[in-house]
Design a protein around this ligand. Structure first.
Ligand SMILES: [Fe+2]
Length: 324
């Protein structure tokens, strides 16, 4: 069934969301709000604990916590979660204008910022000596996929509101649209199936952001790429890496993603135990390539469900762009 088109004057849309529909595309906006509403309704029937079906049948995180405690790994796993690594990634882009050679993008992802009270301080410590020209956040600000977003929004603002460079973000599958106005008021600009032209002199680099392609599936390349010249260099923010084929077809030069958490709890040597199967294994973490397009999937700055990590460090990534 096609989603109902919501007009910006619809009295059911909170006043603060007016204006976002046009930016995102009214049909996709309506679809997203409808899915958010369905998720809330599922809660009443005990089906809204998470997007993973396993979580709907057993206390998945309770079992993981119990296993880590019984094996004596809990404390180490929490220490790992708070020990955020800075990963350097140098990317050579054929179409990058020479004026952007050396441009540094600080990439944060999957903050789930309300999961642990020491998380924000840990990220600040990790990036305190890092220099960058732009910050991007590839979605998932909140821990749960539903419920109150206040804690996550406040922690995100505490972390991102004082950064020394412009900050652009996209929504993930854990985020509701309602948090966008608060975060934008703090200077974090969202790309809701939109693009922005970054300029250095006469040179232009396009930053394109799409909505969550994983759970909400309200991403829209056509809308996001409106007005972006085909021949120009384009960097895509996509919460989940699963858009890799379409992004490559659309002439994206570099895709930045998160969502996978790199597995979060891995076996020694980083062997992933449980992962979302929406993208192939080689896209789960780090740099990758799809045809002429390059990509990078962050292991995530925070964590999901439990504040733990094993054999899979949390990361902020410093991408340095080079023109070939
Ligand atoms: Fe996440």
């Amino acid at each position: 069934m096609r989603p109902r088109l919501i007009l910006v004057s619809d009295p059911h849309i909170p006043h603060r969301l007016e204006g976002l529909a046009q930016r995102m595309g009214e049909a996709r906006f309506a679809e997203r709000l409808e899915k958010e509403k369905q998720l809330i309704q599922q809660l009443g029937h005990g089906q809204g604990r998470g997007i993973f079906s396993l979580e709907n049948y057993i206390d998945f995180y309770g079992v993981v916590r119990c296993c880590l405690q019984l094996t004596g790994l809990w404390s180490r796993a929490v220490r790992n979660y708070l020990d955020i690594h800075v990963e350097a990634n140098e990317v050579f882009l054929e179409r990058l204008p020479a004026a952007f050679d050396g441009f540094r993008i600080l990439h944060l992802s999957d903050l789930h910022a309300d999961l642990h009270p020491q998380f924000v301080a840990s990220v600040k410590r990790a990036i305190s000596s890092v220099e960058y020209d732009l910050v991007v956040v590839t979605g998932d600000f909140r821990t749960c996929t539903f419920g109150d977003h206040t804690g996550a929004t406040e922690a995100s603002i505490e972390l991102l509101g004082e950064l020394s460079a412009p900050c652009y973000a996209i929504l993930g599958n854990h985020d509701f649209m309602i948090k966008v106005p608060s975060l934008e008021a703090a200077g974090i600009r969202f790309l809701l199936n939109e693009s922005v032209a970054l300029k250095r002199g006469d040179a232009v680099l396009h930053l394109v952001g799409i909505d969550d392609p994983n759970f909400y599936k309200t991403h829209d390349f056509d809308h996001a790429l409106t007005g972006v010249p085909e021949a120009d260099c384009k960097i895509l923010l996509s919460h989940a890496p699963q858009t890799y084929r379409e992004a490559a077809r659309r002439g994206i030069d570099l895709q930045l993603s998160g969502h996978t958490h790199g597995g979060q709890i891995c076996l020694p040597s980083g062997i992933v135990v449980v992962h979302d199967r929406s993208a192939p294994r080689h896209l789960l973490a780090g740099p990758w390539r799809e045809g002429a397009m390059q990509g990078y999937t962050s292991r995530g700055t925070g964590g999901s469900g439990l504040p733990v990590r094993l054999n899979c460090p949390a990361e902020v990534t410093l991408h340095t762009l080079r023109s070939e």
